[in-house]
Write a protein that binds this ligand. Structure first.
Ligand code: UGA
Length: 445
């Protein structure tokens, strides 16, 4: 919404939320999310044509276009628990729009939703009396965290789905006109509403599938003398495959991939497509397998006992350049390490607050230390769990000196110079590459 306000100075954009504290945070100098470049855009637009307001009902009444971006977490109860999307917030919002509208509006699905959700929205909105009409569009968001501003300013594509009726096409055009202010017309694609909804789920499923594919091969590399970086490079240079999203690691996290795939799996099962559901579910299973493998490697390499050993976690965010820890592999791995009675020291430049929140109530010893050097001092092992750039530049000589020997280094993101760290004295365990260990003979089988 900040980008729309920035690119369309003649539009007035107001953001509302049921959480008043969050709105206050958006109105303060400390924004509630860390996203590179966002603060600058907010500074340029806030109070001019971008507003953050608490009065949801008034804003519904006064605005012509409503983007619905409420959360749609995985259902935790009843039919489809653990798979289907929980649409309660979505439906409540539809009812709230209906109750508070005194004029016709365009309602846009921005949240990622299962296919045919727009239909439910329409059914509720069509209860409107008199001359008020609602046109529901699907305009899924493809931005990635950490690069959100860049992705929004130069998107690969903008997708707008609508009914192909006269009023549906008119509403679609209104939204096309907004994006046309800064997005080249060939990148604004339109479709029917169901294709737009499904495309979003499938785009995320394809991206996650690439991560699981490369991670599955990393397991094979560790059993052979192959190196996953070399394999990924050779495979990715085929222009039909492409080089992006082939970085092996501890698995994907984030609020979207797992949720969206499970949603897709649920949809397929619902329509009786068991083989298709199983195929996509395996992407999530490989992701879990990769995290278990990483954990088993730590335990096995450190002589099958972690009790009382200090392990420094470098990076808790689900990826670099964000403080977001939702579904971060670091949560699962930390819990597993604590279950082995290891003592954990977590370091992260942006995610410590969220990390502490994620681990509330978990038994065991956990400390949070922002400075990586202080965090690593006195530890038996380092585990790099997030691909923060700053970890590439650390002085590992200094770190090695401050650690208990033998010192172990588990690079869950393959971002540091393994040979150099091995030469410094570390026993180094990358992903999908042979371990570099000073213990002889090493038995990796
Ligand atoms: C993802 C998609 O990339 C966006 O296009 C989409 O709009 C967004 O979800 C969404 O649905 O909201 P995001 O969750 O921000 O974006 O993060 P990604 O950059 O896709 O990374 C996801 C996870 O995969 C991270 O944990 C990352 O470390 C991991 N990953 C990514 C790898 O392990 N290897 C790779 O090569 C790439």
């Amino acid at each position: 919404m900040a980008i729309i306000a920035y690119k369309c100075p003649d539009c007035e954009v107001t953001v509302v939320d049921i959480n008043p504290e969050r709105i206050d945070a958006w109105n303060s100098n400390e924004l509630p999310v860390y996203e590179p470049g966002l603060d600058k855009i907010i500074k340029k637009t806030r109070g001019k044509n971008l507003f953050f307001a608490r009065d949801i009902e008034k804003q519904i009444k006064e605005n012509d276009i409503i983007f619905v971006s409420v959360n749609t977490p995985t259902k935790t109860f009843g039919t489809g628990a653990g798979m289907a999307a929980d649409l309660q917030y979505w439906e409540k919002t539809a009812r709230q729009i209906l109750e508070n509208s005194q004029s016709s509006k365009i309602v846009i699905e921005k949240s990622t939703l299962p296919v045919k959700t727009a239909l439910a929205m329409e059914k509720i909105l069509n209860l409107a009396k008199g001359k008020i009409r609602f046109d529901v569009l699907s305009n899924p968001e493809f931005l990635a965290e950490g690069t959100a501003i860049e992705d929004l300013e130069n998107p690969d594509r903008v997708l707008i789905g609508s009914h192909e009726t006269r009023s549906g096409l008119k509403a679609r055009q209104e939204l096309v006109d907004i994006y046309s202010r800064w997005v080249p017309s060939e990148k604004i694609i339109t479709s029917n509403i169901w294709s737009a909804e499904l495309s979003k789920l499938v785009a995320n499923a394809f991206l996650a599938q690439r991560v699981s594919s490369i991670n599955s091969i990393s397991a094979l590399c560790e059993k052979t003398d192959a190196d996953i970086s070399e394999v990924a490079k050779a495979v990715g240079m085929d222009s039909r495959v492409g080089s992006k999203f082939l970085q092996a690691g501890i698995g994907f996290g984030g609020s979207c991939f797992k949720k969206d795939i499970l949603n897709l799996v649920y949809l397929c099962s619902y329509y009786g497509l068991k083989e298709v559901a199983d195929y996509w579910e395996s992407v999530v299973k490989i992701n879990e397998y990769q995290q278990d493998r990483f954990m088993a490697n730590i335990l096995g390499s450190m002589f099958n006992t972690l009790a009382g050993k200090k392990i420094c976690i470098l990076g808790f965010a689900f990826k670099a350049n964000t403080g977001d820890t939702r579904e971060s592999p670091a949560i699962y791995i930390t819990r597993k390490l604590l279950a082995e009675h290891a003592e954990i020291i977590i370091s992260d430049p942006k995610a410590l607050k969220n990390a502490a929140f994620d681990l509330v109530g978990v038994k065991g010893s956990v400390k949070y230390v922002e400075d990586p050097y202080s965090a690593a001092a006195g530890c038996h092992a380092l585990a790099i769990l997030t691909d923060w750039d700053l970890y590439r530049k650390l002085d590992f000589r200094k770190i090695y000196k401050s650690m208990v020997k033998p010192a172990f280094l588990f690079d869950g993101r393959n971002i540091i110079d393994h040979k150099k760290c091995f030469a410094l004295g570390f026993n180094v365990y990358p992903i999908g590459k042979p371990a570099l260990s000073h213990f002889q003979p090493e038995n990796n089988s």
